[in-house]
Ligand binder design. Structure first.
Ligand code: TXA
Ligand code: MG
Length: 338
């Protein structure tokens, strides 16, 4: 078993040295923590799948700190691609491009002719990548199937003894993973909703972007291979509660023999106090709710007696689309039924 070291923001020289040796180091981003390995070292990349228990046909994001790193692999960065990069990077937008054949290992791309590129809005991580000198693969640093990690402690909980270290730069701010936009097709498609909104991309590019959540959810063979797997699932059964069903759900919880977990906005928890429930406060709005969603699911995971988690639904627009996308997966799409 490895000893998993915690590196502070001013200790990244040592973390970079480990990455250069082919070791795995988790890194902070504005969305969730990523599990880093030298993207040009096939052995190191393969160990990322092992450490996470991730199916090997699910490709990884290539995390970069400069445009030059992207240009090395991408066939052609057209005008739209360059505009997006200039405007949204560093930031929570992952872009999929066609790559030069053989320029990235199959372990990174899952054998696809495209790859996903992302430049995170975390200065420490960009500096880490620059010190390593090559891109890092960066899937979320959780055990496959569990909620994504938004603190170094979450990463430690899942991957202690399996990775060489974690760079700790505090809790992440966005809380849900980056928006994934497929730019390898004629009409760009949002494959995963995130903090950069489909509407925003459409307006910015002044052209049609496919971001209809129903289309993405209903697709039989999802274009982002990762979307087909079980995701974000805590030990307890999550039930999504629509606003109109909130009182009925609390009345139901009160009658249960086991303690029920409840996650909702502060105002909802204040206006009607849950009885016989363990409460997790999602803060004041959809921004704080998204920021704390995964931490909340993990909170109840540590309480063995919790059988159900009632989680507040949000309207599926704006950031609510990303929040609900993750919550639906955590719940296996189960809603509380009155
Ligand atoms: O915010 C994020 O994007 C975080 C942080 C750590 O950067 N990373 C992240 O990585 O969420 P991961 O591996 O958990 O999710 C990446 C998703 C997967 O669903 C994968 O299937 C998809 O991106 N993906 C990767 N390469 C792809 C490609 N060439 N075409 C389509 N989907 C791709
Ligand atoms: Mg993930």
């Amino acid at each position: 078993m490895l000893i998993t070291k915690i590196y502070k923001a001013d200790e990244i020289q040592a973390a970079a040295a480990e990455l250069k040796k082919g070791e795995l180091i988790a890194f902070p981003t504005e969305t969730v923590y990523g599990l880093g390995a030298d993207a040009t070292n096939e052995q190191a990349v393969k160990r990322v799948y092992l450490a996470k228990g991730r199916p090997s046909d699910n490709p990884l994001i290539v995390t970069v700190s400069s445009l030059e790193m992207v240009k090395k692999y991408v066939v052609d960065l057209n005008e739209d691609a360059q505009k997006l990069i200039k405007h949204f990077w560093p930031g929570p937008l992952t872009l999929i491009f066609k790559i030069k054949p053989g320029s990235l290992s199959k372990a990174v791309t899952g054998g696809l002719e495209t790859a996903a590129f992302r430049m995170p809005a975390n200065r420490v991580t960009r500096e880490l990548i620059t010190r390593v000198g090559v891109p890092l693969v960066g899937p979320s640093a959780n055990t496959s199937g569990k909620p994504s990690p938004t603190t170094a402690a979450h990463v430690f909980h899942d991957l202690e003894g399996r990775i060489a270290g974690i760079v700790d730069d505090g809790p992440t701010t966005v809380g849900v993973e980056s928006t994934i936009l497929d730019m390898s097709v004629t009409t760009p498609v949002v494959l995963r909703p995130g903090a950069v909104l489909g509407e925003e991309l459409e307006r910015f590019l002044a052209k049609k972007v496919v971001f209809d959540r129903h289309k993405v959810a209903a697709e039989e063979t999802p274009k982002a291979p990762g979307m087909k797997y079980k995701h974000y699932a805590p030990a307890a059964q999550v039930l999504i509660v629509k606003e109109a069903d909130w009182s009925a759900a609390l009345a139901w919880a009160k009658k249960q023999h086991e303690e029920v977990g409840v996650m909702a906005l502060n105002e909802n928890l204040q206006s009607e106090k849950p009885v016989n429930c363990l409460v997790y406060d999602l803060g004041k709005d959809i921004y704080t709710a998204s920021q704390h969603l995964f931490a909340g699911l993990r909170y109840f995971d540590n309480k063995k007696q919790i059988h159900y988690i009632l989680a507040a639904a949000f309207p599926e627009e704006g950031l609510g689309a990303a929040y609900m996308n993750r919550l639906r997966k955590a719940a296996g799409n189960q809603f509380f039924k009155n």
